[in-house]
Design a protein around this ligand. Structure first.
Ligand SMILES: [Zn+2]
Length: 239
């Protein structure tokens, strides 16, 4: 069997010694596979399947509906994003967000590249902050086919002018008279739209106004139908 490249985005222990790995791949989106004896045999796979790693894998026989990983080697492993708390939080958040928005067993090359770029950014000299996080969110939503409407009212289609609200249910910003939601300034919606179109690497020096930091995570959680576990820590750290 051929090698599959993947980013490790999560893991859940299974039984005495196995672990179910959650992986993001370009060709098949989000997939799960069992790593057998990964906890008991220790050395063989030590550190290879850590969350955030870029790996190459081969799959062996399936166990029920789950493929099992027969071979794995690390292509790259985060270093700074394992030792610095802010980067640790942003790594977990990026993995959870991109994997959550990725389709299961279906092509997701743009989301794969986005997460790969995010992980590389977290190894850079400066810790990405709120504007980078918003750019990541806006791009991840866009690549998942859920681009938020930020320039025109999601209800009537006219140019978004104050007073505006942000309404995930409508698909983004709406005029106050067109719907209901949390207040947002047209100027701030325009900042989010700008970040959606800016390469991640160009966002590291930027900060996002505090009032608008929750709009896109709320939007993502609305579409995921659940909360993002790593969001709390990211918010606590002011990122
Ligand atoms: Zn409207």
């Amino acid at each position: 069997m051929t090698w599959t490249e993947a980013l490790v985005v999560g893991a859940v222990d299974l039984g005495e010694s196995d672990r179910i790995m959650r992986l993001l791949t370009a060709e098949r989106g989000r997939i799960s596979a069992v790593a057998r004896r990964v906890r008991s045999s220790g050395k063989r796979w030590a550190g290879v399947l850590d969350v955030g790693n870029h790996v190459r894998l081969r799959f062996g026989r399936s166990r029920g509906s789950l493929a099992s990983i027969s071979e794995a080697e690390a292509v790259a492993a985060p270093r700074r994003a394992r030792s610095d708390l802010e980067r640790v939080a942003l790594l977990a958040y990026g993995c959870e967000l991109c994997a959550g928005l990725a389709p299961e067993d279906h092509e997701a090359s743009k989301l794969w590249r986005l997460l790969h770029t995010w992980i590389a950014l977290l190894e850079g000299p400066k810790t990405p902050r709120s504007a980078s996080r918003a750019a990541l969110e806006a791009k991840a939503l866009t690549f998942a086919g859920l681009a938020p409407r930020l320039v025109h009212c999601a209800r009537c289609g006219d140019l978004a002018r104050d007073p505006l609200v942000f309404d995930p249910d409508s698909g983004g910003v709406v005029h106050q008279h067109c719907g209901a939601g949390r207040s947002i300034l047209a100027e701030h919606a325009a900042v989010l739209e700008g970040l959606r179109r800016t390469p991640l690497a160009d966002t590291v020096e930027l900060e996002l106004p505090a009032e608008v930091r929750n709009a896109l995570p709320d939007f993502a959680e609305y579409h995921l139908g659940r909360g993002l576990k790593s969001r709390g820590l990211v918010a606590e750290l002011g990122l």
